[in-house]
Design a binder for this molecule. Structure first.
Ligand code: SF4
Length: 620
C-alpha cells in the first residue's frame, strides 16, 4: 500500500499482549484513514452502552493517509473513543510531529483495549513493541513524563502522554504530544487514564511509500508556494490563532462573562498583537507546515514571570479571558501552560470555570461550597488556582472536573439555563448569536459543542469563499437563512476529510478541495473524484452520527443552551440577537437525509454511503 502501511497494532491491556493486524486497502480507502478508519473500528468493536471509563471502551489512535507525506501540514493524527464527557462519539486531533514519528514506526494506528492492572507505557520502534511499567511515572505532569520516558528509552523517541488530569479522570482531560500539542476535546485523556496507560514513545524508519513521488512533489511544491504568498499565512504567522479575537469582536460575538455579553471591554489587552508584543519568543510549527501559527512564549512580568511554554491559542484566551472576564494576559497564559502540563482541555476548563463564576454570582454556589474561595468574574489569579484544583480534583476542583453539564445537573436551581454546553461538550469562544450558522453547527456536531466540525465562521472573517467548498457566501451572519445551510453540511463533510487524511483544517482556508484530492490520489494511487472524496467525508460523518444514535442520541438533542435561544445579546453589534434554530434544523435534516423523529440517518442515506450493515443494525 502507498500512503500508509496497511497495518495497525492492537494492545490488550488486560493481559499485556500485542498483536499486529492488516487493514485491507479497500477499508482504508473507504474511510480515508485517520478519524474515519478509527470511527469504523469504534462502531464495530465498542458495544452499545459501554462505560466510557470501563473495560469495553477502546482508545484508538489513527494516522491519516497523508500523515508523514511531505505536503502542507500533513503531520496530524486522530484519537477516537466513546467520550466520558458526552457519552457519544469522542474524537480529538493533534499536530506537532508525534503522528509522523508514530507512523514511521511502521503502524498506521493503535487500538488500546481493556484495563491494565498497573500503570504502563508503550515503546514502539519499528518492529519492536514493548509494554513497560509506568508506576514511577504515575503522578508526573506532561513535561516530567516526557523527560523521564526519553531518559529511559532515548532522546530520538517522541512521546504522547497524559498528565494528572487524565490519571484523575477529569472529564475533559487531554492527551498531549510534543509537550505543547493537544488532542484536547472529549476527555480522551481520561479514557487513557482509566486504562492505566500513561504514554507512548514512538520512533522508526519505516517511511511510507508515495505512489507517484514526482507528481506528488511537484503538486506539493506548488501548494507551498501558494501558501507562502497568502495573507492567510501572514496573519496566522504574525498573530497565531488569536488573530481571530478582533474579528470575532467586530461582530460582537466574543463570549464574555459566561456568555452574558459578546463584548469584552479588555480585549485589546489579550488579542493577537498583545501576545506578539508582550510574551512571544518564537513561532512554533507542526510537521511540514509553513504557517507556524504556534506561539512559543515566556511570561515576562508579574507573578508568573519567567514561566515558559506554548500558547495561548485563541480558544484559551476566549475561555479563560472573555468568558471569565479576565483581561490579564499573563494569568491567561499561565492557566494555559498549566492545562498543558496537567493535560486538560483549555476550552472545557476555562468554560467550566466561567460557569462556576456565574453560579457564584447568582448564589447557586457559596463560599461553603468553594472552601472560602471568592469565585468572582475578572479575578486573574483565581483561574490559575482553579486549574490546579481541577487537575488534582481537590476541593471545589472535584466538582469542576466533572464539566459544565454534570455540574449543572448536580447544582440545579436554574443553572441549567446558562450551562453553556451542547451534548455535554463546553462551547468554544464564538457566540453563535452573532453568526446564526455557527449555532446550527454547534447544535448538530457529532462530538457536541464544537467549532471546527464546520468552521462556518471562516467565510464571515475573510469575506471570501472557503476554498474547500463551492458555495460559501454568508450574506448576513445575523440572519437565519435556510438557503445557506448547505454551507454547513458541505463544510462538515469536507472538514471531516482533513481528520481522516491527517492534514490541518486551517488548510481548508487556503488550498482547494481539488488540490487535496490530487495529493491523496498521487500519494495512495487511489482514484477519487472530487465528488467521491466529499462523499467519503459524508460517510464518516454519518457513521459517527450513527454511533451517537446507537448510544441514545435523538433529534431533540440537536439543540443549544437556553441562553443562546432565549436571551438576546444585550450590547454591541449583535445586540438583540438570539439563535433561531428551527428553520435551519429543518433544512439541515433534509439535506442530511436524517429522520426528523429519531434523528438517525435514514436507511436509504446509509445505503447510499455504502453503510448497509450500519443501517441494518441502527434500524433493526
Ligand atoms: S496551521 Fe498551525 S496548527 Fe495547523 S499544522 Fe500549521 S502550525 Fe500546526
Amino acid at each position: 500500500m502507498s500512503g500508509c502501511h496497511g497495518k495497525i497494532l492492537r494492545v490488550d491491556l488486560n493481559n499485556s499482549s500485542t498483536t499486529v493486524e492488516e487493514v485491507p486497502e479497500s477499508k482504508y480507502k473507504q474511510y480515508l484513514g485517520g478519524a474515519g478508519l478509527a470511527t469504523r473500528y469504534l462502531w464495530d468493536e465498542v458495544p452499545q452502552g459501554a462505560d466510557p471509563l470501563g473495560k469495553e471502551n477502546k482508545l484508538i489512535f489513527m494516522t491519516g493517509s497523508l500523515t508523514g507525506a511531505l505536503a502542507p501540514s500533513t503531520g496530524r493524527f486522530s484519537v477516537v473513543a466513546k467520550s466520558p464527557q458526552t457519552g457519544i462519539w469522542g474524537q480529538a486531533n493533534s499536530g506537532g510531529r508525534w503522528g509522523v514519528d508514530f507512523k514511521n514506526s511502521g503502524y498506521d494506528g493503535l487500538i488500546l483495549e481493556g484495563i491494565s492492572p498497573k500503570p504502563v507505557y508503550l515503546v514502539i520502534d519499528d518492529n519492536r513493541v514493548e509494554l513497560r511499567d509506568a508506576s514511577h511515572l504515575w503522578g508526573m505532569n506532561v513535561p516530567e513524563t516526557t523527560a523521564a520516558v526519553k531518559e529511559e528509552v532515548g532522546k530520538k523517541y517522541n512521546v504522547a502522554c497524559i498528565g494528572p488530569g487524565g490519571e484523575n479522570l477529569v472529564r475533559y482531560a487531554s492527551i498531549m504530544n510534543d509537550l505543547g500539542r493537544t488532542a484536547g476535546r472529549c476527555g480522551l485523556g481520561a479514557v487513557m487514564g482509566s486504562k492505566k496507560f500513561k504514554a507512548i514513545a514512538a520512533r522508526g524508519n519505516s517511511r511510507i511509500q508515495i505512489r507517484q513521488p514526482e507528481e506528488f512533489k511537484t503538486h506539493s511544491k506548488k501548494l507551498y508556494e501558494l501558501i507562502d504568498d497568502s495573507m492567510f499565512k501572514m496573519s496566522l504567522q504574525s498573530f497565531g490563532t488569536n488573530v481571530v479575537l478582533d474579528l470575532v469582536s467586530i461582530r460582537g460575538g466574543f463570549p464574555t462573562r459566561n456568555w452574558q455579553s459578546g463584548v469584552f471591554e479588555e480585549s485589546d489587552y489579550i488579542n493577537g498583537p498583545a501576545i506578539s508584543d508582550n510574551i512571544l519568543n518564537k513561532n512554533v510549527t507542526c510537521f511540514a507546515c509553513p504557517i507556524e501559527c504556534g506561539r512559543g512564549t515566556e511570561i515576562k512580568k508579574g507573578k508568573y514571570a519567567g514561566q515558559k511554554g506554548e500558547g495561548p491559542e485563541y480558544e484559551t484566551v476566549g475561555t479563560f479571558g472573555g468568558m471569565c472576564a479576565v483581561g490579564n494576559l499573563e494569568a491567561i497564559t499561565m492557566a494555559g501552560y498549566l492545562c498543558n502540563d496537567y493535560g486538560i482541555d483549555t476550552i472545557s476548563a476555562g468554560s467550566t470555570i466561567a460557569f462556576a463564576m456565574e453560579c457564584y454570582e447568582k448564589g447557586i454556589l457559596s463560599g461553603k461550597d468553594t472552601g472560602g474561595m471568592d469565585l468572582r468574574f475578572g479575578d486573574a489569579d483565581l483561574i490559575v488556582d482553579l486549574v490546579h484544583l481541577i487537575a488534582r480534583r481537590e476541593g471545589i476542583g472535584d466538582l469542576l472536573a466533572e464539566g459544565t453539564k454534570r455540574m449543572s445537573e448536580k447544582l440545579g436551581r436554574g443553572s441549567e439555563d446558562f450551562a453553556m454546553h451542547v451534548k455535554g461538550l463546553e462551547l468554544p469562544a464564538y457566540d453563535s448569536r452573532a453568526v446564526q450558522l455557527t449555532g446550527l453547527t454547534y447544535a448538530t456536531a457529532n462530538r457536541g459543542g464544537d467549532h471546527i466540525t464546520a468552521y462556518v465562521q471562516g467565510p464571515t472573517f475573510i469575506d471570501a469563499p472557503l476554498l474547500i467548498i463551492d458555495e460559501s457566501e454568508i450574506k448576513d451572519p445575523f440572519a437565519a437563512d435556510p438557503g445557506e445551510v448547505q454551507i454547513a453540511t458541505d463544510l462538515e463533510d469536507m472538514l471531516t476529510t482533513f481528520d481522516c487524511i491527517g492534514a490541518c483544517k486551517f488548510m481548508g482556508l487556503c488550498i482547494s478541495a481539488g488540490d487535496w484530492v490530487e495529493l491523496v490520489n498521487r500519494a495512495t494511487g487511489w482514484d477519487y473524484s472530487l465528488d467521491g472524496y466529499k462523499q467519503a467525508g459524508e460517510r464518516v460523518y454519518n457513521l459517527a452520527r450513527a454511533f451517537c444514535n446507537r448510544e441514545g442520541l435523538r433529534a431533540e438533542d440537536d439543540t443549544l443552551p437556553k441562553r443562546l435561544l432565549e436571551e438576546p445579546l444585550p450590547e454591541g453589534p449583535a445586540e438583540g440577537h438570539v439563535n433561531e434554530l428551527p428553520s435551519l434544523l429543518e433544512r439541515y435534516y433534509k439535506l442530511r437525509g436524517w429522520d426528523e423523529q429519531s434523528g438517525k440517518p435514514t436507511a436509504a442515506k446509509l445505503k447510499e454511503l455504502d453503510l448497509e450493515d450500519v443501517a441494518k443494525e441502527l434500524w433493526s
